[in-house]
Design a protein around this ligand. Structure first.
Ligand code: FMN
Length: 358
């Protein structure tokens, strides 16, 4: 199961220490202008090795488009993109060859398949998310045609919460912080964990503007369920909130309902989704990332022969995966929207008549 989406559908391939990763996207309408600089820029926002708050692994994450684009426009045929791996250090993993690293997929993969690529986690590595960002960039170019905007930023690191959500701060921040006043404290928490060979968790906020009313397919394909599916498919994501999320549980109905006026909703506690369908308000999602499992502190585990052992990791790892993970979550949100937009087009006979000029 390496495919996501229905009408706008993509499949990713590749492993952390293999030759390359990539994706094939099917269902992209013809005639979308492909801005390669934009796609690469999206890749650069996720790529590793950019500052001391991220892993030191250096990858250019240059994307090559192999098919589906002619003279700068999509042709309606599958778009395939490839990203070659450049900076693997597979020998860093020789000491964990027969061990199951705590917090990683090693134990479950091995028990499920009986074989695993231990170098960097193979397919279970978040290196795969580079391919999702490439696919997400194509989805964003489709959304751009419809003036739909998806943005993200970090609203919490190690329990230190942003008090203000200012997306204009994100692009100048090394940790994509939404609150300039909390940024230093959040950065210090990452460095403190890194210097003590540990890691921290964090929360990304995704905001979607200009989403039309009607996206989401009741009952088993609600928009919220598709966002949850998309976000929970990202490595290290442990929870997602929509709108007021967990806080809604402790409110009374009167406080939580968004009253409706002729000009629209008076509030947006629902986070832009009602009954599984977008209501035209901003969509707000919070995506919760656990602390990076790879830490450089001695831990207990077992080997593939069930011997109890102690081990210490080598390698290069993100002290807080939420930072680069926020870009992946933003891409997945764009991919869900692209799919839902295309699915929604056949919900009314008028729409179909419009296409066929009847
Ligand atoms: N885990 C690590 O141990 N080291 C890393 O450098 C690392 N980088 C990541 C980068 C991104 C962008 C994301 C989203 C996750 C990263 N992870 C990293 C998380 C692991 O891949 C993930 O926790 C692990 O595969 C187990 O899966 P699970 O946490 O979803 O259960």
């Amino acid at each position: 199961m390496n495919t996501f989406g229905h009408k706008f559908r993509f499949t990713t391939f590749g492993e952390s220490h293999g030759k390359a990763l990539g994706c094939v996207i099917d269902g992209v309408p013809a005639g979308i202008k492909i801005d390669e600089e934009f796609i690469q820029n999206e890749m650069n926002r996720r790529k590793p090795g950019q500052n001391k708050y991220a892993t030191a692994r250096k990858e250019s994450d240059s994307v090559e488009i192999l098919s589906g684009v002619f003279e700068g426009l999509t042709t309606g045929t599958p778009i395939s993109m490839v990203i070659f791996n450049e900076n693997q250090k597979s020998k860093d993993y020789s000491n964990v060859k027969d061990l199951f690293r705590p917090g990683h997929a090693d134990y479950t993969y091995f028990n499920k398949y009986g074989i695993r690529d231990y170098r960097g986690g193979g397919r279970s590595s978040a290196r795969e998310t580079a391919a999702r960002v490439a696919a997400g960039a194509i989805a964003k170019l489709l959304l751009k045609e419809l003036d739909i905007e998806v943005q993200s930023g970090i609203c919490e690191i190690d329990g230190i919460k942003a008090k203000n959500h200012d997306f204009s701060n994100v692009q100048d921040s090394e940790i994509y912080a939404l609150d300039k006043n909390m940024e230093q404290e959040q950065k210090d928490a990452i460095l403190k964990a890194k210097n003590s060979h540990n890691s921290v968790g964090g929360v990304a906020l995704i905001n979607i503007k200009n989403c039309p009313i009607g996206l989401g397919e009741p009952l088993y394909f609600k928009l919220d369920s598709q966002f949850a599916n998309a976000m929970m498919s990202i490595n290290a994501v442990k929870a997602i909130e929509i709108g007021d999320g967990f806080d809604a549980v402790n409110k009374k109905g009167y406080e939580n309902n968004d009253e409706i006026r002729a000009k629209g909703f008076k509030s947006n506690h629902s986070g832009g989704i009602l009954g599984g369908i977008s209501n035209g308000e901003d969509i707000d999602l919070k995506v919760y990332f656990k602390p990076t499992p790879s830490i450089f502190i001695k831990q207990e585990t077992i080997d593939i022969y069930n011997n109890e052992v102690e081990y210490e990791l080598k390698g290069r790892h993100d002290p807080c995966v939420a930072v680069r993970g926020s870009v992946v979550a933003e891409s997945m949100a764009a991919l869900v929207l692209a799919d839902m937009l295309l699915l929604n087009m056949s919900s009314k006979i008028e729409n179909i008549k419009k296409v066929y000029d009847k």
